[in-house]
Write a protein that binds this ligand. Sequence first.
Ligand code: PMV
Length: 328
Amino acid sequence: MSSNPTATAVACANIAFIKYWGNRDSALRLPVNGSISMNLEGLVTRTTVSFQPSLPFDELVINGREVTGLGLERVSTILNLIREMAGIQERAEVITENNFPSGAGIASSASAFAALALAGSRAAGLKLTEPELSRLARRGSGSAARSIPGGFVEWQAGTGDEDSFAFSIAAPEHWELADCVAIVSASHKKTGSTEGHALAPTSPLQEARVADAPRRLDLCRRAILERDFAALASIVELDSDMMHAVMMTSSPALHYWQPASLSVMQAVRQWRGEGLPVCYTVDAGPNVHVLCPKAEAAGVEKKLREIGGVVDVLKAGVGGAAKIVNGD
Ligand code: PMV
């Protein structure tokens, strides 16, 4: 055990260009296909973990509110893995803050479990490698595996727990892209992704989506490495539409799009037809992530705000790796 049992870490949210949807092992969160994402600069979770001999149970505080039940259980699962690796028994206090607006529909589980894996392991006196941290974050939320490395990141499906981790395929400086997130609804809670992954195999389209994933991963990886926006746009939109086709055809069906989501997607396609480098991708919610070169972001934001039903737009550049901010 380290002499300093407290550590604070910061991790970015990420947006998937090639989506993760469906597990082949849900306890280990081993995905049916690899995925590629971009970290979102400035949309971060900051988490402090301190192991305290006096605590009878783990404690979790998110944005100033104590959380119990399933939320705490999910965090304790990661803390248990850390305790096992470090050979310690102490319970921990976990204090976590997201800097992005709550209810904006930006998934916080990726940044949250990446920050927890890093802060928790460091507070327990462990110095894990990047692949080890990525594997640990994956156990809390699959997409969190991708919030450990920096910039443009690929999570390889792997053959098992040991090799299912994410790594950087290009640094943040490699390509100045921006994500303009069109917020169309901050309302009611939809089916969460953990439940959604379990429904994926009930869609007759999932098998085709998964079989074609290596081809989409190759095209996406190449588009990033060559900074080819047109190639990126077509594969990112295809991949998002394929995931939503699976969602809409699972039993029960998951419909995440709202009328305004579709308005944004149609506008983006029209703008691209007119020569603007822009494309869309949508996660398990109604908000539309609109990608473009950073130089176009202010103009894209302005156009998005003119679309009926768009209530806000968040902008983010390419973010770095998860990092310790004290407790080193
Ligand atoms: O990490 P999870 O279990 O929240 O799953 C994320 C699922 C999507 O956001 C829809 C796609 C992805 O790859 O991030």
